[in-house]
Design a protein around this ligand. Structure first.
Ligand code: OSB
Ligand code: MG
Length: 368
């Protein structure tokens, strides 16, 4: 393939419910949508998962647009590329900026799948017909509200419940949830809100038989996580700390975690995500697919990735209607009894909804 045209759109979509984590709240999702056309006219889409604030990682909508426009798009336009894996070599001179890189990687994997007449899931080597779905629930204003929201999610059939914790909203929360829902697969995500000074508090969580505790310590740490893991029986799951297959290798070697949350954007694209998946599989580390409050294109890519064999735990890719009044793909992502069917149509298996995309677009720019 040879990409001849790229369009970047900046979209803003209102979340149905604000989403609150230990680091802040989201009411809207602003993001970039990249459309790449190759010389034969095949069109692929990539969704940039970066937020408009640098709270989760350092990248934002604006830094991604800058990296794409000034560095990444010029490396790709009019180049002969036979497989999206080649992007890792092309992008090597550019440090980090994984979410920006992943935006192009996603569009090229979409084109590649279409040109080889496969679904994106097949192109990636996935073999599941359906995937198990969990849900990530933000911090609520009161315990009553939190219990009610968890109750509703269980009734909606989600296969595991993840709640967000932060100092002052942790042991008591988990205690209450376990009391109300003793048999529900439950986990907690701290988004780096603690340090090793909190070890006694974190060890209290060991009593509750959580499936795992996600990213309790610093965003770039694997050393302290290894120390903590040695003192806890609950598996730790790394999210923010894993940005590459090298990070994953080191974390596994050190014993920093028992589980890895894989996010395509955080690791720089589907090619790197596959490498991490394979490494974890070889080492007996289960993975699951994390979420970035994606709109439909990003959601479709997550579903395709989750069809790989070592995604053995339910992920955070919930249905479109959990987040949006209207999504930007047709059909929307639907959850049935806690499962999403992996589409078998070629490419991502969902059609971008031009009308919805236009409605949510704030600005557009073309590159040739
Ligand atoms: O840490 O996984 C996270 C949302 C925003 C930023 C970070 C995270 C999350 C989620 C929500 O947990 C996942 C989703 O529903 O898309
Ligand atoms: Mg997380």
């Amino acid at each position: 393939m040879k990409v001849t045209d790229i369009t970047i759109r900046h979209l803003k979509m209102r979340l149905k419910h604000p989403f609150t984590t230990s680091f802040g709240s989201f009411e809207d999702k602003e993001f970039l949508l990249l459309q790449a056309t190759d010389e034969s006219g095949t069109i692929g889409f990539g969704e940039c998962v970066a937020f408009d604030t640098p709270w989760y990682t350092e990248e934002t909508v604006t830094t991604c647009w800058h990296m794409l426009e000034d560095f990444l798009i010029p490396l790709v336009l009019h180049k002969q590329i036979s497989h999206p894996d080649e992007l890792s070599e092309l992008f090597k001179p550019i440090r980090k900026n994984n979410m920006a890189k992943s935006t192009i990687d996603g569009a090229l994997w979409d084109i590649y799948a279409q040109q080889t007449n496969q679904s994106l899931a097949q192109a990636l080597g996935g073999n599941k017909e359906k995937i198990e779905v969990g849900i990530s629930i933000g911090i609520q204003e009161t315990m009553e509200k939190q219990i009610a929201v968890v109750d509703q999610a269980i009734k909606n059939g989600y296969k595991r419940i993840k709640v967000k914790i932060k100092p002052g909203w942790d042991v008591d929360l988990i205690h209450n949830l376990k009391k109300h829902f003793p048999n529900v697969p439950l986990m907690a995500d701290a988004n780096s809100a603690y340090t090793l000074k909190d070890i006694e508090l974190l060890k209290k969580l060991d009593e509750y038989n959580l499936m795992m505790i996600e990213q309790p310590l610093a965003t770039d740490d694997i050393i302290d996580h290894a120390k903590l893991q040695k003192q806890m029986k609950t598996p730790l799951c790394l999210d923010e700390s894993i940005t590459s297959v090298e990070d994953a290798r080191k974390a596994i070697e050190l014993g920093s975690c028992g589980v890895i949350n894989l996010k395509i954007g955080r690791v720089g694209g589907l090619t790197e995500a596959k490498k991490i998946h394979d490494l974890c599989e070889e080492n007996g580390i289960p993975v699951w697919c994390g979420g970035m409050l994606e709109a439909g294109i990003g959601r479709a890519h997550n579903i395709a990735l989750t069809s790989l064999s070592n995604f053995v735990l339910p992920g955070d890719t919930a249905g479109s209607s959990h987040y949006w009044e209207e999504d930007i793909i047709s059909p929307e992502v639907i959850v049935h009894d806690g499962y999403i069917t992996v589409p078998s149509g070629i490419g991502i298996g969902f059609t971008p909804n031009d009308k919805a995309i236009n409605k949510f677009t704030l600005s557009t720019k073309h590159y040739q």
